[in-house]
Design a protein around this ligand. Structure first.
Ligand code: ZN
Length: 674
């Protein structure tokens, strides 16, 4: 729910100035290749870790141990995404390593694209659309690869690979179908129905508990021997035990070199949680983690975001290791310091405002390593913890991943801005203010957006009331808080931006993206499934529609191409304010019908003509919509006594090599299907 990713990716793809090449001069004479590889709808990007060399030895060790802990759980994400993913990956890795036949043939090239797509997505379903990849090589060819490399796959798994009808979607969000039966994600036994899941959690959730645990967050729901549902908990000695034991081993080393006591205390609680699987421990950990703000190093590690569960209970394994970027953080701290002013001046209903906005922090960090759900595809910002009551009582930590954003920007291909901008004025504004607009949008979305507003008394949590629309609504609300204030003089007064031109640049980009550009991520004939995309189209299409009478925004065709023109930025701001008030009302009152209508009217269906046009115009630009990142390699230097004396950073440039290396070094889960 609280992970900010694609709108900023899109923002950057719109706003960054046109670069002719993806190489930039590095500090020494060799150019750093930011984007070594493209395939399908994806590009591979490398990132640098500025500041690592300035850390002291214990801090470097801390970073190293935390990244090792993170990678140790990599297999968990594969298994979570689909029950046969690990089996399939082992087979694919084995073929890639050992095939001695023709590696130049068209079939082999198609096979490698399939493999890379699977690596990129931690499984056989597209990381974003969740559709299953369909191999472009034949079953016979695949059989020949298996035979040549002694790779054995069960008939059932072969059918999964080659029959498009089997487990076609990782997540199914169609409101009139069974969300659980229709989703291939491995959080529920395949024969468990949505009604059974609802009944199970209704029976264990205590609605009157003011501090509820995150029910179901760390378990798979399975049918027990007696036919009744039960939870298989992810913990040491439980499901995913071998990988979790490795995570714990590295976290224990990390605790030894913690920068301060609050950080150490949080790490110890996380270890205890992994050992016991106790969700109360998870809450204790999150409270401790949210209070541990003093160090230069921070991390995310656990079963965190619930996007991949159609029911919103199960947390995906992820980890991000972060080093503070002091300069950028300081500027953004200004937003946090003024959180109360924003709440007081928000256009939402008085009854839905928080009297005190607590503990909002915002940091820009540089990533040193990622794994699980955060890799190779990564968020650009994160706001945690997710538990509503912990957030309101203890606050939360918000980070923007500065070096990832920088790398993405450096790797950006030319042309999108020129192709889709309405006029030269818009292009100039984007070049001048686009980057700042994107940074401020992230800051406002995370720091004041997600923190703003409160539920009315007696209203259930958004997961209970808004069901499958909850994430889309929450992201829309946070975006709208940001959009509303991006055209406020207050940001100029605070020194955060030089003029309202920055806000205009943000509006230009938001509408272009929500109404057109993001459609390049959707296959022809498909509707929008992903929460962030639904949110952005809903917001953009709603203001377009409601502003028609006053001619606020127009979409018009010139020379066969559609352009978006904003005629009145002030009125557009008012419309964002109205929609903010309404989305907050929906959340505060748990108004499911209004929420569903909003998204089904504006957010889900794709205009086929515009869609086709966007695909045709972007395909010419040859810039893939998705980016995945190669992690740096941290190498400990060890002396004769076995002690670590330093840690060096290397920047690998081969995606295939890294994927094979990870599969070998961090393959801690036994394959139950072989
Ligand atoms: Zn968000």
């Amino acid at each position: 729910m609280l992970r900010f990713s694609i709108s900023l990716l899109a923002a950057l793809s719109m706003l960054s100035s046109c670069k002719q090449a993806s190489t930039e001069p590095a500090t020494d004479e060799t150019p750093f290749v930011w984007s070594p590889e493209y395939f399908s709808d994806k590009k591979i990007v490398r990132y640098q870790v500025p500041g690592f060399d300035h850390l002291n030895l214990d801090q470097k060790k801390l970073v190293y141990y935390l990244t090792q802990a993170g990678l140790s759980g990599r297999d968990i994400m594969w298994d979570m995404n689909y029950r046969y993913n690990l089996t399939i990956r082992h087979a694919l890795d084995n073929i890639v390593r050992n095939y001695k036949g023709d590696r130049e043939s068209e079939d082999w090239k198609k096979f490698m694209i399939y493999v890379k797509n699977v690596w990129f997505s931690n499984g056989i379903h597209h990381h974003y659309s969740s559709d299953k990849f369909i191999p472009e090589f034949s079953r016979e060819y695949f059989n020949s690869l298996c035979e040549a490399t002694n790779t054995v796959l069960m008939e059932e798994v072969m059918n999964v690979l080659f029959d498009p009808a089997i487990d076609a979607k990782r997540i199914n969000l169609e409101p009139n179908s069974d969300l659980v039966l229709g989703s291939a994600v491995n959080f529920y036994d395949p024969d468990i129905t949505e009604a059974e899941v609802d009944a199970y959690y209704a029976s264990i959730i205590d609605k009157n508990d003011p501090t509820p645990v995150s029910y179901g967050l760390n378990s798979k729901l399975v049918r027990g021997p007696d036919g009744k549902l039960m939870e298989k908990v992810w913990k040491v000695g439980g499901m995913y035990g071998p990988a979790i034991s490795e995570i714990v081993k590295w976290l224990e080393k990390a605790a030894e070199v913690a920068e301060n006591e609050p950080q150490r205390y949080a790490l110890k609680l996380l270890i205890e949680y992994y050992k016991t699987g106790d969700l109360k421990k998870w809450d204790e950990y999150n409270i401790a983690w949210s209070q541990a703000t003093a160090g230069d190093i921070d991390y995310i590690n656990g079963f965190v975001e619930v996007y991949h569960d159609p029911k919103g209970f199960k947390g995906s394994y992820e980890t991000i290791v972060e080093i503070n970027d002091f300069e950028a953080s300081e500027r953004m701290a200004v937003v946090a310091a003024n959180a109360q002013w924003f709440e007081d001046h928000s256009p939402i209903m008085e009854a839905h405002k928080k009297d005190t906005v607590v503990g909002v922090t915002y940091k820009v960090v540089n990533v040193a390593g990622e794994a699980g759900d955060a890799s190779p595809s990564t968020p650009l910002g994160v706001n945690l913890p997710n538990s509503d009551w912990i957030r309101s009582e203890y606050g939360s930590k918000s980070v923007s991943l500065g070096n990832i954003i920088e790398a993405y920007d450096q790797a950006e291909g030319p042309g999108l801005l020129a192709e889709f901008s309405n006029d030269q004025e818009e292009i100039d504004r984007a070049k001048k203010y686009g980057k700042l607009a994107a940074k401020l949008h992230t800051a406002l979305h995370e720091v004041i957006g997600h923190a703003s507003g409160k539920l009315e008394d007696g209203v259930g949590t958004p997961a209970e009331t808004l069901k499958g629309y909850r994430s889309s609504l929450e992201e829309a609300r946070a975006d709208l808080v940001s959009l509303y204030f991006l055209m406020d003089e207050k940001l100029v007064d605070l020194g955060l931006m030089p003029s309202l031109e920055v806000g205009k640049a943000a509006y230009d980009q938001y509408l272009k993206n929500g109404l057109m550009l993001q459609l390049r991520r959707i296959e022809p004939g498909k509707n929008i499934e992903q929460a962030h995309m639904r949110n952005r189209q809903m917001v953009a299409a709603w203001v377009l529609d409601k502003g028609k009478a006053d001619n606020v925004v127009t979409m018009e065709k010139r020379d066969g191409k559609t352009y978006i023109e904003i005629n009145d930025y002030e009125k557009l701001r008012e419309l964002f304010g109205q929609l903010l008030r309404e989305t907050q009302r929906i959340k505060s009152q748990g108004d499911y019908e209004a929420c569903r209508d909003l998204f089904e009217t504006y957010g889900v269906k794709v205009d086929p003509a515009i869609h086709a046009e966007v695909l045709a115009r972007t395909v010419k630009l040859n810039d893939p919509p998705y980016a995945g990142f190669i992690n740096p390699r941290l190498i400990p230097i060890i002396d004769a006594e076995g002690a670590i004396t330093d840690i060096k950073v290397e920047y690998p440039d081969d995606f295939t090599e890294q994927m094979l290396e990870y599969g070998e070094q961090y393959g801690f889960l036994p394959d139950k299907n072989q």
